[in-house]
Ligand binder design. Sequence first.
Ligand SMILES: CC(C)(COP(=O)(O)OP(=O)(O)OC[C@H]1O[C@@H](n2cnc3c(N)ncnc32)[C@H](O)[C@@H]1OP(=O)(O)O)[C@@H](O)C(=O)NCCC(=O)NCCS
Length: 390
Amino acid sequence: MTAEAFYIDGVRVPIGRARDDGYYAQTRADDLAVRSVRALLDRNPGVPRERIDDVVWAATAQVGDQGLTLGRSIAMLAGLGKSVPGYAIDRMCAGALTAIVNGANAIKVGAQDLVLAGGVEHMGHHPMAEEVDPNPRFLSDRIVDPSALVMGNTAENLHDEHPDISRERCDHFALLSQERTAAAQADGVFGQHVVPMTVRSPEGWRVVDTDEHPRPGTTLDSLAGLTSPFREGGFVTAGNAAGLNDGAGGVLLASAAAVEEHGLTPRMKLVDYTFVGVEPETMGYGPVPATDRLLERTGMSIDDLDVIDMNEAFAVQCVAFLDHFGLPLDSDKVNPYGGAIAMGHPLAFSGARLAMQVAAYFDRNPDAQRGLTTMCIGLGMGAAVLWERA
Ligand SMILES: CC(C)(COP(=O)(O)OP(=O)(O)OC[C@H]1O[C@@H](n2cnc3c(N)ncnc32)[C@H](O)[C@@H]1OP(=O)(O)O)[C@@H](O)C(=O)NCCC(=O)NCCS
C-alpha cells in the first residue's frame, strides 16, 4: 500500500505582464521563485528548512536566470542549507503540475517526507519558443504540421475542428474569466496565497502585491473588437487567450509522518493523475482525454468533482472541455475564481496556481470534497490531477 501525500500550503508572487514596463522587467526569474519559497517557509515555521527532502522546480526555458538546475539553485538562494537537494523539470505548461506530481510520488513511495514543488516562467526574459531549436525533421518528415509549433495556431485549428464553438462563446468565456477574477480579487481569495514582491522599476524600488494582467473593465463589445494575430479572420485574440506573463510560486507537500512530527495542517491530498498525448496541432484538447482517463481510472463521473481548475490557455479549448462534459459555459464549479485569460499564464508556473486555487476553494467551501486541476500542454499533451480534501 502506498502512503498519502498531503498539500499543506502554497505561495506565489503576483503575476506580471511580460513587457518592458511590466512588474518584473528588471527582476530575475530565479528571484521570483526564491521569494515564494522563503515566504512559504516563513509562514510554516514548524518545518525546519534543512528537513526539506527535495525542491522540484519547473521552467520551460532552462537557460539564463532560469538555468543552473533551478530546484537546487533556489534551495541555496532561499537559504535552505546546502544539504537540501533539488532539480529542474520541464513539461512546458504543465511543468509545475508535473513537479507537484513528482514530489507527491516521492512521498507516496516513502522515499521523502517534505517536498517543495513549483515553477517559474519569466516570459519577458524568455520569450516563448525563442530559445529553442526544433529539429527540422519535425517539419521535413511531416511529424507535425507547422501550425503545431505556434500555440495560437493550434487554438485556431481547434476552432476548425469544432465549428460549433463560436467566437461569441469564446469571448463570453473570456469575459467570465475577467469577472470571476475581479470578484475573487475583491473577496480576498488570492490574498491567501499571493505574497508581495519588492521590484526595481525606473522610478526606484516598489512593492507589487496584486496581479498585473487582469482587465476588469472588459466588456463583450471590447472583446468583439479584437482581431486574431494568428490567422486572418481567425477567432483567437488577445482578449480570449492567456497572456504573456512572468510569475512563480510553489507548494509544500508532506507525508503523514511529517504532518505529525511538525504539527502541520493538511488541506488536501493528491489522489491520482494522468498525462496523455494528443494531436500536437490541436494540443488544447488535451484536458479532455486526460480527464476522461482519470475519471475512468477512479470510477468517477464529472459530477463527482466539486471544483475544476482548468488552465485557460485559450477560451476555445476550455469551451471544448465544457461541451465534452456537458457543462454550461458559466458552470460555477469550473474556474470559480477566474483563470489565465484574466490572470495570465507564466507557462511552467501555472499548474501551481491551479492547485492553490483548489485549496482556496476547499477552504471556503466546507462541503467540497474533490477537485481537479487540468491543463493542455504544448506538442500535444494533457494533464489532470485529482485532489481530495484531507
Ligand atoms: C494573443 C497574444 C499574441 C497577444 O499578445 P499582446 O498583443 O502582447 O497582448 P496584450 O495583452 O498586450 O493585448 C494587446 C491589446 O489587445 C487589447 N486587449 C487585450 N485584452 C483585452 C481585453 N480583455 N479587453 C479589451 N481589449 C483587450 C488591448 O488593446 C491590448 O493593448 P494594450 O495593452 O496596449 O491596451 C498573446 O497574448 C499570446 O500569444 N497569447 C497566447 C500565449 C500562449 O500561447 N501561451 C501558451 C499556451 S499553450
